[in-house]
Write a protein that binds this ligand. Structure first.
Ligand code: FES
Ligand code: FES
Length: 198
């Protein structure tokens, strides 16, 4: 009588083990099938800072994420993630662009320029020098985006008035409120560049 009970308990535990293994196997197959179905098309290369960069990124990912996490170009910053603050600004075919909102699948062969490319042969770009020269930053979180927008502005408008600077920089937010020094820096950079050979 006692050994019969032990036997049925063993059978019971054994059957639970088998059932669990079957459920696990089914769940795993289903998961793998789902993964196959939702596999995103991949972007394989991007034109960044004058060279082709090999990547392997879901086309739905943002440019900012790929620059920072895959290409280790961490100068562009994640601020709002909503296209509102400008901390993530890079140039796409020369135009200031919010990289936090641009999906890599929508870039194609367009050329991306990031803050990392401005320094040449160990020498800072005049816009960078001017920002440092007049101390146009406090925490510095907005600075890379500000410099990229200023860089683009001076290419288009080599000798801007203060009103043109303010209009051109509209949309780049500095939470530390260093706007007056930013305007001074851009004015100073324009003067240094002498006629806008940026
Ligand atoms: S992080 Fe891109 S605009 Fe704010
Ligand atoms: S310097 Fe701090 S956000 Fe601009």
């Amino acid at each position: 009588m006692k050994s019969g009970k032990v036997l049925s308990r063993q059978r019971f535990l054994c059957s639970i083990g088998i059932s669990t293994a079957i459920v696990y196997a089914i769940a795993r197959v289903t998961f793998e099938q789902k993964q196959e179905k939702i596999a995103m098309p991949q972007v394989k290369e991007l034109h960044v800072n004058g060279a082709l960069a090999g990547v392997s990124a879901d086309e739905e990912r943002t440019l900012l994420s790929v620059l920072r996490d895959d290409l280790n170009l961490t100068g562009s910053k994640y601020g709002c993630g909503e296209g509102e603050c400008g901390a993530c600004t890079v140039l796409v075919d020369g135009s200031p662009t919010r990289s936090c909102r641009l999906k890599v699948g929508n870039i194609g062969a367009r050329k991306i320029t990031t803050i990392e490319s401005l320094e040449q042969n160990g020498k800072l770009h005049p816009v960078q020098e001017a920002f440092l020269g007049v101390d146009a930053m406090q925490c510095g979180y907005c600075t890379a985006g500000m410099i990229m927008s200023a860089f683009a502005l001076l290419r288009k408008t080599p000798n801007p008035t203060d009103a043109e600077i303010i209009r051109g920089m509209n949309g780049n937010i500095c939470r530390c409120g260093t706007y007056p020094r930013i305007v001074t820096a851009i004015r100073e950079a324009a003067r240094k560049i002498e006629g806008g050979k940026v």
